[in-house]
Design a protein around this ligand. Structure first.
Ligand code: ZN
Length: 248
């Protein structure tokens, strides 16, 4: 577990992050956020709040996620090639009507409709606030998925994923890529990365590169309100991960 711990934020880091958030929420003008701040304030070792917005509970979930899935992925790697798949949805999140459940159901339904319900994968959902330096598009909350796929048919799966991810009539700008994982270290890094430790702001620069920034108070409150009723577990997506059977 030591190599895993090195890649995870320390307990002190997440406690500090929580302190900042609790102060921000309790002093906000939103009753739901004030309530959330108070719940997070009472989060204790033997009585965890299990809120997704609580950085201590999110860290705890991420550790369990790694502990549970790394042995499974290691076993799968004996029979299949493993890849990181990224699906970035360019349709802005509608903070009033969308939810993690809506996004997950859309994803699972698409897989099923396109006969990919036999695909083996595990990973998670991430949110980022995307902005372009040259203001080529309106800033928006973006939802994306990072998951580890176990398959011996890379081309077929990549083509299928590229074809199916159309949301509300808008095709993804970039087809999902499957990036091969080379060794166990790679598997650890990517599994860790697939469930985010926090959400951030991303700037697309003129040269096409993306830089990452912390959320400001306004955005921190916005995403916390959106995820106020979710638990860390809700970020997870998985299919057939314990199943060595008829995989694609
Ligand atoms: Zn908590």
């Amino acid at each position: 577990m030591n190599s895993i711990m090195q890649k995870i934020e320390s307990l002190d880091d997440v406690k500090k992050r929580n302190e900042r958030k609790i102060k921000l929420f309790i002093n906000s003008e939103y009753p739901d956020l004030i309530k959330l701040g108070e719940i997070m304030k009472r989060c204790r070792k033997k009585n965890r709040c299990n809120c997704l917005v609580c950085s201590v509970c999110l860290r705890r979930f991420r550790l369990q996620f790694l502990k549970k899935n790394l042995p499974k992925l290691q076993t799968l790697s004996k029979y299949y090639s493993l890849y990181l798949a990224t699906v970035i949805c360019n349709v802005p999140v509608n903070m009033a009507t969308d939810s993690i459940d809506v996004f997950k159901n859309w994803f699972y339904d698409k897989l099923k409709d396109n006969h990919l319900d036999g695909l083996i994968f595990v990973g998670g959902i991430d949110y980022s606030f995307n902005q372009a330096k040259n203001q080529s598009y309106q800033p928006y909350w973006c939802q994306h998925l990072h998951f580890i796929v176990a398959t011996n048919h890379k081309k077929l799966v990549q083509e299928a994923l590229s074809k199916i991810f159309v949301k509300d009539g808008v095709r993804l700008k970039k087809p999902p890529q499957l990036d091969a994982l080379k060794d166990f270290d790679d598997i650890v890094s990517v599994t860790n990365y697939s469930i985010p430790s926090y959400f951030e702001k991303r700037y697309k620069q003129k040269n096409g590169r993306t830089s990452h920034w912390s959320l400001n108070s306004k955005l921190e409150k916005e995403i916390a309100l959106f995820l106020a009723r979710n638990s860390p577990e809700d970020l997870k997506v998985e299919q057939n991960i314990s199943n060595m059977g008829d995989a694609i």
